[in-house]
Design a protein. Sequence first.
Length: 263
Amino acid sequence: MVRHNGRGWHGRVLAAALGVTAVATAASVWTAQADPSGGGHAGTGPSASAAGAPGAQGGAAAKVAVTIAHASDRGERGVNITIDDGPDPTWTPQVLQVLKEYGVKATFCMVGPQAEAHPDLVKAVVAAGHRLCDHTVTHDTAMDHKSESYQSQQILDAERMITKASGGVRPMYYRAPGGAFTPYSRSLAASHGMRPLGWNVDSKDFERPGAAAIVATVKREISNGPTVLFHDAGGDRSQTVAALREVLPWLKQQGYSFGFPVR
């Protein structure tokens, strides 16, 4: 996944979010691989394992590793479908319908103000058995060059928005926009029970190259690892919906099963 600098939709999210948030100061490849040095982007570094069982609602945050997760809880032939940037009132329901048709559970990486604006969709995602992921407030792909207080605001404000919108179900993962992780952001997210989440296959659906091209990318790159990146917001996602209708049954035909990223 490339960094989506300059995208008009993300600029609008930034403008909207700055009006509703305040700065807060607070505190891997078919195996679990990640960056041991603490920095860098998804898709790099040696192995590490997740710890703790997921806790969906309320209570203390589950203990999770600070390393960037890529592996699937379904093992070597598992695939993790991840959906970024929503929820969106047009496209998220269509993505949910395709996932339902093929019996697939996914991880939805939500932008805070989007979740706040569409709590019914957040609740629908949870009710269908999918998992939530914190994708920050403004989708700032340069946040790894910003202050710790800024990173904290981006992560914790989004966590609060998503949790409130869901009716109390907390995000189980944190995905930095464009892979802009830092040692601080990973530690902060993990301390709140959110495992840092990378990806192995960028479907490139954000660029809208056509459904056939999206499908071809996934088929070509699935050998890179189990976590596949799609989007349900940020523009017309009809190509994504069409691609999912072809990719999901194809993956099943190849002997893959669908799971969640390790925690």
